[in-house]
Ligand binder design. Sequence first.
Ligand code: GDP
Ligand code: MG
Length: 594
Amino acid sequence: FPVDRIRNFCIIAHIDHGKSTLADRLLEMTGAIAKTEKNKQVLDKLQVERERGITVKAQTASLFYNHEGQQYLLNLIDTPGHVDFSYEVSRSISACQGVLLIVDANQGIQAQTVANFYLAFEAQLTIIPVINKIDLKNADPERVESQIEKVFDIPREECIRISAKLGTNVDKVLQAVVNRIPPPQASTEDPFKALVFDSNFDHYRGVVANIAVFGGRVKKGDKIVSAHLGKAYEVNELGLLRPDEHPTQKLFAGQVGYIIAGMKDVKEAQIGDTLYLQEQPVEALPGFKPAKAMVFAGMYPMDQSEYTGLRSAIERLTLNDSSVTVQRDSSLALGAGWRLGFLGLLHMEVFNQRLEQEYNASVIVTAPTVPYKAVLSSAKLIKEHGSGEITIVNPAQFPDRSVVSEYLEPMVLGTILTPDVYTGKIMTLCLNRRAVQKNMVYIDDQRVMMKYLFPLNEIVVDFYDLLKSLSSGYASFDYENAGYQAADLIKMDILLNGRPVEELTTVVHRERAYSTGKAMCERLKDSIPRQMFEIAIQAAIGSKVISKYTTDYGGDITRKMKLLKKQAEGKKKMRRIGNVEVPKDAFISVLKRK
Ligand code: GDP
Ligand code: MG
């Protein structure tokens, strides 16, 4: 296929602005899929994606499109919209020359629109602004065009107004892809060189790597090498994704497709890796920054007898999601388990949901925490760790002040877009989260864009939910990492009947310790069901108790019987800590502020 008739592009947008719907229309109009109701959101393959209506994994589809008597090959890469998955967005972008930037005609520019725009802009891709949902009664494309001019400095004439749902003007989008996006700079004469931009593990065939061919050609039987590990493989199968796999004889420069070459582990086909022919070594492509886990939580089986089952479920799921980090961990109350690192809280929830749905596993997830750092002052400890600075992903292992000269916490730069009537409330919320305002501008006569520097810890659990509820759903939020800052942190324990519950230990800022401790005790009191005896719930810093509550007990005998029955039913969802039954979701709910 001639390279000058290839276009590689992806669709980026804020969540729900219509990426997947537009992708479906493009697939239909180019004949890749049949036009039926059943084919809604074809690229959203995972059950969790269909249920939550979000895209988690980027998917790829090659489309054939006839334009002015010529056939074009359009490679479309669908991307997730949520912050936690922006890693997926950047890898999609690196295989493309252009993007369709979708903006909802009613909602206008939102936080992820801004974040995604900058990813594409920094990669110097052609950006085609597409205003979607013009069929909506409240659609205001004029206003959205003004926002696009103001925020992105793109002339309004470049915007295409469409309805992905009805198919209106979708043909104009295809024309713009052909006319505005340049073909990939690649020559079939060069030695074979391909970028691995995604990889999946298939139980029967091993690793299926999605590749963008930057030069040359590759065919079945070729011996290829992965630059990262230097290991050689024989190509068993390759082809195009339409969006299902269509095996072909060869893949050429400029094409995007899949390759299977006997790799047993996704770590052998690392995202960002370069593949080349064994007899024609080339210099590796720049690759990606590896995704950094920013939220850590313990995961334990409901019952230790389920340990092996859960281990293999976690192994299999991480085979398909190399951004999750896994370490073995154990706790007195919950037994043997793991400490997993995720890109964000939604990422963690989605992982958990997939464990339960796809592997039928029942898991206890402990309170999420961020990676703190401590600068050690004790020579003995420095020697022990081989470094003066350690990263702490488990609050139970937070080192004592006496051996530390400074604690550091991870910071993020957050972007909030909101109708201006909510700015007061949002500013108060941000202040309560120790955030510092960096910037505030109007993007039109009623909407404001604000930038804040936040401690990650303050937004990880419930910030987004609160922001949504105090703005009646209108404010949007996105963030990027912004390094580490010194902070006055302390470890706080929660005690049940005098016994510290390691799984509920948290790290808090000193000035927030009292209020956080009080709130955690209150919520724990509410989430522990009545038991046969009184339970004392305490928050403590070192040996100093800062908050204390007592639950009532069951009372008279008939009530006790009822209680016992109810608890037997709920047993499956409970976990015994000492002599107290704790619901498995209590670990996370105690951290959520109302
Ligand atoms: P994504 O999160 O960006 O992939 O968004 P989806 O494609 O899943 O769309 C989100 C919601 O918007 C779905 O309920 C779609 O049916 C709806 N939607 C998408 N495009 C249009 C459109 O052009 N008009 C209207 N009225 N609704 C649309
Ligand atoms: Mg989607």
